[in-house]
Design a protein around this ligand. Structure first.
Ligand SMILES: [Zn+2]
Length: 172
């Protein structure tokens, strides 16, 4: 991994420090001049669990990774945005529905593959009431409800974990 980054405070090129061994290994960026440390943290994302009776709303992706696969509506939280605002925005962008987070389903970490090797933390919210007409957004090929017992394959283990948690906690 090539890292060409400069100190936020003084502009000096940062040095890479490796700490720990094997699975414990992690990378720290340190400024050799002012000694500021820069951490590499997972990126926060949200996922919406929207039910119509016992049917769950899924989006068919039109972008890599896993283009053509089904997943929960959602995406990355933008700077300056509350996680619940991010959920409502992503839900509308991807499905055309207006809705709000009504309860927290679970928070799951996804460390296998991810942007910049940082990992992602996915916050899964149940969406209670919603309105609007289903319409796939720019990143989606198709959007529709599936029976919870007849879901198509979902490649994201984090999304599967959230759906399992939803099943355990009940859909009412
Ligand atoms: Zn510095």
């Amino acid at each position: 991994m090539t890292i060409e980054r400069y100190c936020f405070y003084c502009g000096t090129r940062l040095q890479v420090l490796k700490r720990g061994l094997g699975k414990e290994e992690h990378v720290r960026l340190i400024c050799p001049k002012c000694h500021a440390k820069f951490y590499s943290n997972p990126i926060p994302a949200v996922a919406a669990l929207v039910l119509d009776g016992d049917r769950l709303l899924l989006v068919r992706r039109d972008v890599p990774p896993f283009e053509g696969s089904w997943c929960l509506p959602g995406g990355f939280v933008e700077s300056g945005e509350d996680t619940r605002e991010a959920l409502s925005r992503e839900l509308f962008e991807e499905t055309g529905l207006r809705g709000k987070a009504s309860s927290l389903v679970d928070v799951v970490s996804f460390v296998d593959t991810n942007p910049e090797g940082k990992g992602v933390i996915i916050i899964g919210y149940r969406v209670g009431t919603y309105k609007g007409v289903l319409k796939p957004g720019d990143d989606a090929r198709e959007v529709r409800f599936f029976g919870l017992e007849a879901l198509p394959p979902i490649p994201f283990s984090s999304h599967r974990a959230l759906i399992e948690r939803l099943r355990q906690s009940g859909t009412h």
